[in-house]
Design a protein around this ligand. Structure first.
Ligand code: BGC
Ligand code: NOJ
Length: 814
């Protein structure tokens, strides 16, 4: 069953019902100001940090779901409806929501009024725009009232939802004609405020929630709308809101546009007030001036669309598979850019109060993002590296507002350091910017403790290599990539958070084979980099260490047919045929093979066979099999989930791409692409009702084969899945991968893909790569066969044509 379809020409997904299986959202904003907006205009906004600068309020886990947002109500006589249908649920004659790149456009028709809400965050603007268009499609004059409603959050989202005894007495606003200012705490230590502006005269307003909604009503039937005008209430404490009424008279076929802006302003401390003691509104006035006319809005929309055009243009494909093109050219890159912006902080599954920028997460996001924006990538790498601990561990998270490491959570996730090595080295491959390695940056977000980025990387390496357990494999710490494999926490306290609890015991026994794989995978190019920098001795010392690690994996980290997952705190095997449950895990099968372990002696192939046999299912590969059926305090959170969900036997879409990559390493091209298609949203179009989450983006998890509701997805949007699937398809399957000296051209295509043209912008050179099957295998430039498959960029921005003649399969298939 379908609730919508792709419109590739406009790079949109068109949703055809307000009642999708879950609210289907979009992210507006790509710099500092962000909006989550659902297909019925639910959602919320924040500046930089979803916890510390929440601009509007949102109630998670509400019933019904998704009640707060940017709702516009239309009233004609006594009938009231929403442009986005919810929350009134008044039936409309037609509805469509277009999810576009950085904008959402909802249109509905009722009583011959066609109403459109077009929402976006202009580039370089700390605010959001809602352009409302009302068109009278009848031959009668229409007298309407248009209302908006937003509820302000008192800035700190966590405090806002917990500290009511104080918060009910601090809310403040000021109304200045058609602008409502939200000023809570501005009188004291806050130097920021929000404003809500309508570009036309308003009939009335409310800023006190109960006046508009009513104490015992809700957003589906606000009491204020029942009256001729709103009550012009001025909030003092309680819940400040911005609700306005605009009366609109429409002649037959007449169309009118009204523009609403919600903005955020920071003033310097000295400039908060004017001499007469009133609010300094100059910045808001400037912002308001920029968004007064339709022409201005159109211009800003053009800028936005040019921005996205440019972002996506760095990797484009034309192939014989339109679903592949759709994923690669539009949605996968778009989602990855969103994960760059927000890490895992705020989605319809992440409340925005618990998680800032994840160290592991954000480093991985960069792998799929860096080709789009190298300036932002550079900044992010340095921000992340600045939170590295002096001993080479890492703050597991940092705050996007202060860029400081999260003390409460601390470090001790022993895979973290490897991800910084990987993102940095990959960045150098992408850009050729070796200078980044000399940047002097803090450790522990502490300006008194500094070192170059290259020194930071050395600490990362040593942190892992110096912390090995009894089998000479890396100690796992609080957890590795799998946050739920908590081998040192031994939690028996109800409610104790697996994620924040510190290790009990000495942590010197439990080891991770996954970290060993990741260590080698990230260290290989790092060693190459050291060689390029002339550090031969260091490179060779480190090479010895990784060689030793690889043999430890083969010796102690394998079962006869696959890679083990870990050793627990008593040195028992995890992910072994000897276990009753959790006999095999996906992560090491992917990562160890990506690192090249077991490839030469064919063990890798065997491990992939096992993964296919035991982990694979209709909807992708599950994380572990069989799932754990009961809680085991020696394993931690993994065994706390219902079998088949999340890290306990769910299909974790994040590490399926590792298996895709691993398959390409051993030339199993068909398997790689088959798995790609099982996970990629564009191929799941027809099972939208089973899948439930947005059909245009990846979700973190799809319920696995042991789950009752197998195929049902959760945690959409903010997941490392996006970056890794982009890496798998663009760099491993399509095989176009940056190396230090040029672009590697090494497609590992399945039979069904043929006659592909790829455009890749790399170091200012646009590569146009035609791939087709031909017996005369090789890479040709201007008809000349190349000696190498690494093609160096040319200095000028010119187009090189690389013809790749590639014939990996049996002739008779063509
Ligand atoms: C989730 C993980 C997540 C972790 C940290 C756990 O509850 O299952 O997927 O990585 O929390 O937020
Ligand atoms: C989601 C977290 O964001 C990520 O850091 C972790 O690796 C995975 N879950 C697996 O637990």
């Amino acid at each position: 069953m379908k609730y919508g379809t792709f419109d590739d020409k406009n790079k949109e997904f068109i949703i055809n019902t307000p009642y999708t299986p879950y609210p289907w959202i979009n992210y507006l904003g790509s710099d500092d100001y962000f909006v989550l907006l659902s297909n019925t205009a639910g959602g919320y906004s924040f500046f930089k940090d979803a916890r510390e600068r929440r601009i509007t309020r949102y109630r998670y886990n509400n019933v019904p779901i998704d009640n707060e947002g940017r709702h516009f109500y239309i009233k004609e006589n006594n009938e009231v409806w929403n442009i986005g249908v919810r929350p009134t649920n008044t039936e409309v004659d037609s509805y469509v929501c277009r999810v576009g790149l950085g904008y959402t456009k909802i249109t509905s028709l009722k009583n011959d009024i066609e109403a459109t809400q077009l929402a976006f965050v202009p580039k370089g603007y700390q605010g959001e725009v809602h352009k409302i268009t009302l068109e009278n499609k009848s031959d009668k004059v229409k007298e309407l009232s248009l209302y908006n409603y937003i509820e302000f959050c008192l800035w700190d989202a966590y405090d806002d939802m917990t500290n009511f005894q104080r918060n009910y007495s601090i809310g403040e606003v000021e109304v200045d004609n058609n602008t409502i200012y939200h000023l809570t705490e501005y009188r004291e230590r806050r130097n920021h405020y929000a404003f809500f502006h309508v570009n036309t005269d308003i009939e009335s307003f409310d800023t006190q929630r109960d006046n508009f909604i009513g104490m015992y009503n809700d957003t589906s039937n606000p009491i204020g709308i029942k009256n001729k005008t709103l009550s012009n209430s001025i909030a003092e404490g309680w819940q400040p809101i911005a609700a306005t009424q605009v009366n609109v008279s429409l002649q037959p076929n007449e169309k009118k546009t009204i523009i609403y802006t919600l903005g955020y302003v920071e003033n310097d401390k000295e400039e908060k007030w004017l001499e007469d003691g009133t609010l300094n509104k100059s910045k808001s006035h400037e912002m308001i001036k920029r968004i007064q006319t339709e022409e201005q809005v159109d211009e800003l929309l053009n800028e936005l669309s040019e921005y996205w055009e440019k972002m996506l243009s760095k990797y484009q494909i034309t192939s014989n598979d339109s679903k592949l093109d759709r994923m690669v050219n539009i949605w996968n890159q778009y989602q990855t850019a969103t994960t760059y912006n927000l890490s895992r902080s705020a989605s319809y599954f992440e409340s925005g109060v618990g998680r800032g920028m994840g160290f592991r997460d954000s480093n991985q996001d960069l792998l799929g993002y860096m080709h789009m924006d190298q300036i932002k990538t550079r900044e992010r790498i340095l921000d992340l590296a600045s939170t590295l601990l002096y001993d080479g561990g890492a703050y597991h998270q940092y705050s996007p507002l202060t860029k400081k490491g999260n003390e409460g959570l601390g470090g001790g996730f022993n895979d973290d350091p490897n991800w910084l090595i990987l993102s940095t080295v990959t960045y150098v491959k992408e850009t050729g910017d070796y200078d980044i390695l000399d940047e002097v940056i803090p450790y522990e977000s502490n300006q008194n403790l500094t070192g170059t980025l290259l020194e930071h990387l050395d600490k990362c390496f040593t942190k892992v290599s110096d912390n090995l357990g009894p089998h000479n494999l890396p100690l796992i710490g609080r957890a590795d990539w799998n946050d739920c494999l908590n081998l040192n926490c031994f939690s028996e306290e109800p409610g104790e958070s697996f994620q924040t609890v510190q290790n009990k015991g000495d942590g010197l026994t439990a080891e991770s084979i996954f970290i060993a794989g990741l260590f080698i995978y990230s260290a290989k190019p790092y060693i190459e980099l050291l060689k390029k920098l002339g550090k031969k001795e260091e490179a060779s010392n480190k090479q010895k260490i990784i060689d030793k690690m690889a043999s430890s994996v083969m010796k102690h980290g394998t079962d006869p047919d696959w890679f083990l997952r870990a050793y627990d705190a008593e040195s028992n095997k995890i992910g072994s045929i000897e276990n009753q449950e959790g006999q095999i895990f996906i992560e090491p099968q992917g990562m160890c093979i990506m690192a090249g372990i077991g490839v030469e002696n064919n063990f890798a192939q065997k491990a992939l066979d096992s993964a296919k046999e035991l982990l694979d299912s209709k909807y992708g590969m599950v994380l572990n099999y069989p799932a754990y059926k009961s809680y085991d305090y020696k394993l931690g959170e993994i065994s706390s989930y219902i079998p088949g969900y999340k890290e306990n036997g769910g299909i974790f879409c994040h590490n399926n791409p590792w298996v895709m990559c691993a398959n390409t390493v051993v030339d199993r091209n068909e398997d790689a692409f088959e798995l790609y298609k099982k996970i990629a949203p564009a191929y799941l179009e027809d099972i939208q009702d089973i899948h439930k989450t947005e059909p245009y983006v990846y979700s973190q998890m799809i319920a696995g084969k042991e789950a009752t509701y197998s195929g049902e997805a959760k945690n959409s949007w903010l997941t490392g899945t996006s970056a890794w699937n982009f890496v798998a398809i663009s760099q491993y399957i399509l095989g176009i991968r940056p190396e230090f000296d040029g672009l590697l051209i090494d497609p590992k295509l399945p039979k069904e893909l043929n006659n592909i043209t790829l455009k890749r912008v790399y170091r200012n050179t646009e590569y146009v790569i035609h791939i087709s099957h031909n017996e005369d295998k090789g890479i040709f430039i201007d008809g000349e066969k190349q000696e190498t498959n690494i093609i160096a960029p040319v200095k000028e921005q010119i187009i090189i044509k690389v013809h790749l003649w590639y014939f990996p399969i049996l002739k008779e298939s063509f």
